[in-house]
Design a protein around this ligand. Structure first.
Ligand SMILES: [Zn+2]
Length: 473
């Protein structure tokens, strides 16, 4: 599990062992709990986004048939995970669907998450306009989210060495600002009913039961009846009148798939992901209470292994090895093993499990980042060219990984490539929204890069970048 972007301004020039240890700790142990922060000067940009390859893959598999049924799969929205345990999901525009990990943690079945995705897809397909509501804090979060994601696109443009792409990113950042203002979101009641009907249609078209959707809305209508002040954000943005629920219930019961059981394999993966999210976001003792040793299910074993890793127990690797024996082709178990070793201060030993994860799922950029991380951390010059290669591959597939940039900077720095190190640091800082520092590194890189070369042009895009003016700041 990675923080969504880079943690802070790490330079590629400090290449001491101590720094590596420090960065390992930041990227791994703090991973999911650490809201993305880029330093005191940018405190308002603290973002609770997280990356986790396993959870993202599951969400994609939930969403794919729904997006297709909704007719939005050609420009399918990107699903972005928010590290927040409350139940909420939102679509600031047609490009992005934010899902709180609370949605997954509260859902006992895949169908409950799929129901939410189907409802939100109904808003996208219906081109419903989000309207102003009175959740100011949420709007600020949205503005910052939108801006940073837009900036990610700008950094990607700069990374691609194309001025045009970079300005496209800037435009996206501007658009995101206004999306933030719109994000005190609510839809008209008629649109909610339309999204409900659309959701039912998509579930029917994909041969899935609407029970999960019903369960989510039933929970929300109860919350609204009894404890308005404690209601989930999703419940607040989805006022559930009794008549709307009744009509949803009536229509859902017509489905010929109503009693169709959950897909066994999806349920298995769902249970693992829920256990993982719980273990990452809870104190190890709470995890052991929720998943006691008497529970021999793979999900419980998974949760306990993560708890052991978090409490830096010596037994973590042993528990993960036991888990691997139950499912020797699960790449995420090897990812966890690598993480436990890396975090335990043994990056060299972490290389093999990350390689194994990547051999099972060769296209996964987050595994590439981990492998690059371990290769850099192993402190062996022979590993550096490979580290550079996999980190560049990771960035090529996923330009929002600040961790990849900071590790790439270290790899360049160790090979005496100071200008390349500065450029990588500058790009990582762009992704994390620290433009001033990014410009300094980019300007310094330019001094030693060949004027007009692709790398020089990339640095120039960063130097010339103009951050958008943000409201509320
Ligand atoms: Zn809605």
């Amino acid at each position: 599990m990675h923080p969504f972007m880079s943690v802070s301004a790490m330079t590629g020039r400090k290449t001491g062992r101590r720094l590596i240890r420090k960065t390992v700790a930041m990227a791994c142990s703090a991973a999911i709990l650490l809201p993305f922060a880029v330093g005191p000067a940018n405190a308002q940009r603290s973002l609770p986004l997280i990356r986790d390859a396993e959870t993202e893959a599951l969400m994609k598999d939930y969403a794919k048939p729904i997006f297709k049924a909704a007719g939005i799969s050609n420009s399918a929205p990107e699903i972005i995970l928010v590290n927040d345990k409350s139940f909420n999901a939102f679509v600031p525009d047609s490009r992005r669907m934010f899902i709180n990990i609370g949605v997954i943690m509260e859902a006992e079945t895949p169908g409950e998450v799929i129901g939410v995705i189907a409802h939100e897809s109904g808003h996208i397909a219906g081109r419903h306009l989000v309207r102003l509501r009175s959740a100011v804090a949420n709007a600020q979060i949205m503005t910052v989210l939108g801006t940073l994601l837009g900036v990610g696109a700008a950094a990607a443009g700069a990374a691609a060495g194309s001025g045009q792409a970079a300005s496209g990113g800037a435009a996206a950042a501007m658009g995101a600002g206004s999306a933030g203002q719109r994000s005190l979101l609510a839809y008209q009641r008629g649109e909610e009913a339309a999204a409900d009907r659309a959701a039912l249609k998509y579930l029917e078209a994909t041969g899935q039961s609407p029970r999960g959707l019903l369960k989510t809305f039933e929970r929300m209508s109860q919350q609204q009846m009894f404890a308005r002040q404690y209601a989930d954000p999703y419940a607040q943005s989805h006022p559930m009148a009794q008549d709307r629920y009744n009509s949803l219930l009536h229509d859902a019961e017509q489905s010929k798939y109503f009693d169709k059981p959950e897909d066994y394999v999806l349920q298995y993966r769902h249970d693992l992901v829920r256990a993982k999210l719980f273990a990452y976001t809870s104190h190890p003792s709470a995890t052991l209470r929720a998943y006691p040793r008497s529970d021999k299910s793979p999900a419980a074993q998974y949760a306990r292994a993560i708890a052991a890793m978090k409490s830096r127990g010596k037994g973590a690797v042993k528990e993960i090895d036991a888990l691997i024996r139950t499912q020797p082709n699960n790449p995420y178990y090897y990812e966890l093993k690598g993480q436990a070793l890396l975090e335990g201060g043994d990056p060299k030993a972490a290389i093999a499990p990350f390689r194994k994860a990547l051999s099972i799922k060769p296209q996964e950029p987050q595994f590439m980042v981990w492998l690059g991380y371990a290769l850099v951390g192993a402190n062996n010059p022979a590993h550096l060219p490979e580290a550079e290669r996999v980190l560049k591959q990771a960035i090529h597939r996923d330009e929002n990984s600040g961790v990849a940039y900071s590790q790439l900077a270290i790899a360049h720095g160790r090979q005496g490539e100071r200008a390349e190190a500065d450029l990588a640091t500058a790009k990582g800082l762009m992704v994390s929204g620290d433009f001033q520092a990014a410009k300094r590194y980019a300007a310094r890189a330019q001094q030693s890069l060949k004027h007009g070369s692709p790398a020089w042009l990339q640095a120039d895009d960063i130097v010339a970048y103009k951050p958008p003016n943000l409201p509320n700041r």
